[in-house]
Design a protein around this ligand. Structure first.
Ligand code: NAD
Length: 266
């Protein structure tokens, strides 16, 4: 029996088997959770259905987090299938590619900044609002999102996503404070860089991987399996005393000074 047996989790953010959300689904399935999945749009539907099948789930719902109607419809549909929800996983981020390179001052547009904050930060709150009624009366319900070191340090090219992640991490603290009296925990994993579809949109990402693995105490990059295991723990009763936490799963990189990060050479 796994440590998530009896738990029901909805996972948003699987786009491929390299996605961090895929690593989370793997770990949660292994630990006995019952899973539901969301997909962003029709283009990803078939792919997510295939992954859901792999994890023994037939609950696959459309949820474009840029639309309140889409979020509401998704959770209304989930409520017809499940009478309660224990775990919300928000593994979603987006900024227009042009914003993720060079000078933040010159390259960040008002529109790009709105999109990055809306999809990467506000959407966690919007999903939480829709998930909250389904979590009422459940034991140790949990909400979890994914951040990156760029929230607290100026990482070359991460630019407006760093601003959005700072907003997301702040939302985690406010949400934990708001939902704590209902017993709902809200946490975040700040993962080290991992080669995924979203990450490849950041200019110089390959160099970032090399620099992280060279300087991190563990001298390597982390995997989606390792982030998945930490996510499963934080979402479980084993972590019942933990909320408002930003947990680093990055081989220790965030603790090391003088890491020699410079703008990657072309
Ligand atoms: P990914 O490309 O596999 O996943 C990103 C997901 O966001 C996709 O499933 C995509 O469909 C979804 N998405 C984007 N816009 C959406 C919208 N409007 N509605 C619904 N879904 C939408 O990449 P990933 O690296 O697994 O990213 C997952 C999370 O992890 C993101 O928040 C990312 O910032 C964070 N993160 C990634 C890394 C890394 O290096 N890969 C490091 C730290 C944190």
């Amino acid at each position: 029996m796994g440590f998530l047996t009896g738990k029901r989790a909805i996972i948003a953010g699987i786009a491929s088997n390299k996605s961090i959300a895929y690593g989370i689904a793997q770990a949660m399935h292994r630990e006995g959770a019952e899973l539901a999945f969301t997909y962003q749009n029709e283009r990803l539907k078939g792919r997510v259905e295939k992954f859901a099948n792999e994890f023994g789930s037939d609950i696959v719902l459309e949820c474009d987090v840029g639309s309140d109607e889409s979020i509401d419809a998704c959770f209304a549909e989930l409520g017809k299938k499940w009478d309660g929800l224990d775990i919300l996983i928000h593994s979603i981020g987006f900024a227009p590619k042009e914003e993720l390179e060079g000078s933040i001052v010159d390259n960040t547009t008002r529109e790009g900044s709105k999109i990055a904050h809306d999809i990467s930060a506000y959407s966690f709150l919007a999903m939480a609002k829709a998930a909250r009624p389904l979590m009422k009366g459940r034991e140790n319900p949990s909400m979890l999102t994914l951040s990156y070191l760029g929230a607290v340090s100026a990482i070359p090219n991460y630019n407006v996503m760093g601003m959005a992640k700072a907003s997301l991490e702040s939302a985690v603290r406010f949400m934990a404070s708001d939902l704590g009296p209902e017993g709902i925990r809200v946490n975040c994993i700040s993962a080290g860089p991992i080669r995924t579809l979203a990450a490849m949109g950041i200019k110089g990402f390959r160099k970032m991987l090399e620099q992280f693995s060279g300087a991190a105490p563990l001298r390597r990059n982390v995997t989606i399996e390792e982030v998945g295991n930490a996510a499963a723990f934080l979402s479980s009763d084993l972590a019942s005393g933990i909320t408002a936490e930003i947990m680093y799963v990055d081989g220790g990189y965030s603790t090391v000074g003088m890491t020699g990060i410079n703008p990657p050479a072309e």
